[in-house]
Design a protein around this ligand. Sequence first.
Ligand code: NA7
Length: 552
Amino acid sequence: MSTASNSKDPVASIQNNSYDVIIVGAGFAGMYLLHRLRKLGMSVKVFEKADDVGGTWYWNRYPGARCDVEVMEYSYSFSAELQQDWVWTTRYACQPEILRYANYVADRFDLRKDIQFNTVLTAAHYDESARRWNIETADGEHASAQFCVMATGCLSASKEPEIDGLDRYEGEWYHTAHWPKEGVDFVGKKVGIIGTGATGIQVIPVVAKQAEHLTVFQRTPNYVLEAHNRPLTPEDQAEWKGDYPRRRAQARHTPLGCLVEPNTQSALEVSAAERERTYQYHWDKGNLIGLLSSYADLVTNEEANNTVSEFMRRIVRETVKDPVTAEKLMPKDYPYGTKRPPMGTDYYATFNRDNVSLVDLRDEAIVEFTPKGIRTVDKEYEFEVLILASGFNAMTGALTAIDIRGKDNTAFSDAWADGPDTYLGVSISGFPNLFHITGPGSPSVLTNMLVSTEQHVDWITDCIAYLRDHDIASIEATPEAQRDWVAHVQEVANTTLYPRANSWYMGANVPGKARVFMPYVGGLGAYGERIDEVASKGYEGFELTPKAAQPA
Ligand code: NA7
């Protein structure tokens, strides 16, 4: 039975606030999609939980937050004027600068007038007879649209560590993904931090310089590439801006969405000395994508991967003075790159400070939070401030948090119970006229997110324009096409070392979550060719229902 015919459904039978497209989220994806759809003359409404634009960059205000793709590439390319006018100041821009940019874009393209802030979308139900989505907000507002696009972000549903007693802790505590706008004063305080993922790695060196003492609770050590961040000179800017169209076009055809041509040679084909020179070159440059692309088989061949993993471990050994601490900081049980590889500034050297200590949770597990701090199997640690850098229910969490119902009232969370099946990473069988941006099954978090975001927004916009121009009422991925795509995504993932790690790519950081490699590892360029081919064949693998065929 469709939701429209279920009279008890509070989201059904909505007549007012009617749009062509509803977008959920005003981060970089939602903002650009709004801009594109408005240019097509569509009526569009964006609902955003925060009180302003920016998405991930709005929420993650923790000290040290910055991008780890070069910002001249980690920025919109859709407007030649925008990319010429905006001036970035550092190679890896900090969060306040990226948020200023988001605000500038919102102002420049007058986006805010179609964004409703401070609004949490709680439900989205598909009305099969009207072929429209009805949505409800936490404040009980209703709206409907032919299309609903989830621009909810891959890393937006934060998760706290699965440790008892946080409610009993009497000091201040902050999750890095919900950092207070006014900041946090650590000076003279005893601070504890849980988490050494990409976030913890950025925050630890900054807080260490302020706190009286910082205790780092580490469950899994990380391979950290030194960012060697620096100001962007006028010459750097001019070099990029003089060549932007060509560089942007080229990046769209690369595997990772960055202007790095991947090496086609195996790491095992060259001498140890040559490999060393290559890794050292990328280390000195602080270029993550360069390092990952330096040999063709770093994430597919364990022996090849060992060479770069060992290089990274050697850096730890050389940097950290206390050999016991160095040993604990060295990852040994997963290949480099198979958990999201972070970049940092003075991360390992921070452990040489007298006011920083490391607790290895593999030797000394946490038992609980206490009113004063954290109790491990060995002792109680007392803190005035606790930082939780414990990550996200990545790629699916923001979507499964919404009561989404598709055809036959099928709940989205049920559809994804065994893993986030999608067709092409943009749509889900059983959920017509619903799209999601950089979702599972697309290159997404393995790539430069701004390039992947623009790729999806452009594809979805073109699709919606096509449907309008051809009087199509609904589009839905067929179960067969979805099954084949899911099989392809897994097949490609299984040719790599990625499934070996307990990463959030695999859903392994959330207890009970299906263990499936979520992003598509086949490369952004190849993926772009595939989705363009699907579109050029009249949306192959989708069922398109003309308006005339709608039930009376
Ligand atoms: P991540 O990469 O998921 O890191 C979370 C960290 O928190 C990681 O070190 C976890 O250890 C640790 N963690 C999580 N839960 C616990 C518990 N219960 N006990 C101890 N330690 C725990 O999230 P980030 O925010 O750092 O980065 C997310 C992405 O943002 C990043 O990859 C970039 O793309 C931007 P684990 O490794 O699971 O053992």
